[in-house]
Every structure is written in C-alpha cells, then in structure tokens.
Design a binder for this molecule. Structure first.
Ligand code: FE2
Ligand code: FE2
Length: 131
C-alpha cells in the first residue's frame, strides 16, 4: 500500500514543481513496497532522493525568487535543513547505520511535512502572480 496517494488536492499549480513533488512521492511509495532492501539498495535510494530534492529545491527557489516570495529566506533554510539531513543519512548508510524505516520516515517528512505544508504556503503567492 502506498504511503501517500498523490492527488490533485496536493497540487501547487506550477507544473514543474508539481511534477517533482509527485516524482518524489512515487519514489517513497516504491521504496515502501520493495521487499528485502539491503544496505546497498538503501544507499541507492538515498542517492536518488538527494539528486531529486537537490535539483527540485534549486528550481523551486528560482521560481520563488522570480515571484519575489516574501518567505523565500525561511523557505531556503528549510530546504538546507532537509539537504543536510539527507547527506547525513547517506553517510550513515555507508557505515550501515541507517534502516529502511528511518529513510521512509525522512521521506514522509519531506513529502507530507514539507511539500504539503511548507510549499503550500506559497501556492497563493504563485496563483496571484499568474492572475
Ligand atoms: Fe517543493
Ligand atoms: Fe520547498
């Protein structure tokens, strides 16, 4: 069963951002469903997660800068916290110190807490900008 069923209520209304969010939610769901994950596999998921969020956060920050989003500074700080957490997990994984559950918890916090709460805060600013 998927951890998060992506649906239209979760959309921000900006195609590139929404596609990235959905892609990362799918990565989490697929990882959740995968049986017998060894440490090497967990490491590959963490690397993919890092690549996805690193490029997503940069793209998102560029858009927020363009619309002069007033919460940009705080939002960028939230992104930095997530990036350093993923890097930390990636290092710990190399030493065999990270479990699948811990990675899933981190992914849930990125998708449910960040995408659906923090990112939702700029939905209105984006909509007004387009109007
Ligand atoms: Fe985002
Ligand atoms: Fe964000």
């Amino acid at each position: 069963m998927a951890i998060l069923n992506w649906n239209e209520k979760m959309l921000i209304g900006q195609k590139a951002i929404d596609e990235d969010h959905e892609k990362i939610a799918n990565l989490m769901n697929e990882f959740h469903e995968k049986q017998d994950c060894d440490n090497g596999f967990i490491g590959s998921i963490l690397q993919k997660l890092f690549d996805y969020i690193d490029s997503h956060f940069h793209a998102e920050e560029r858009i927020l800068k363009l619309i002069k989003y007033e919460g940009l500074e705080n939002h960028t700080k939230e992104h930095e916290k997530i990036i350093s957490k993923v890097k930390d997990y990636r290092e710990k994984c190399e030493m065999g110190q990270i479990s699948k559950e811990q990675v899933l918890d981190l992914m849930s916090s990125i998708t449910i807490r960040h995408f659906l709460k923090e990112d939702m805060k700029f939905k209105e600013a984006l909509t007004n900008r387009k109007a």
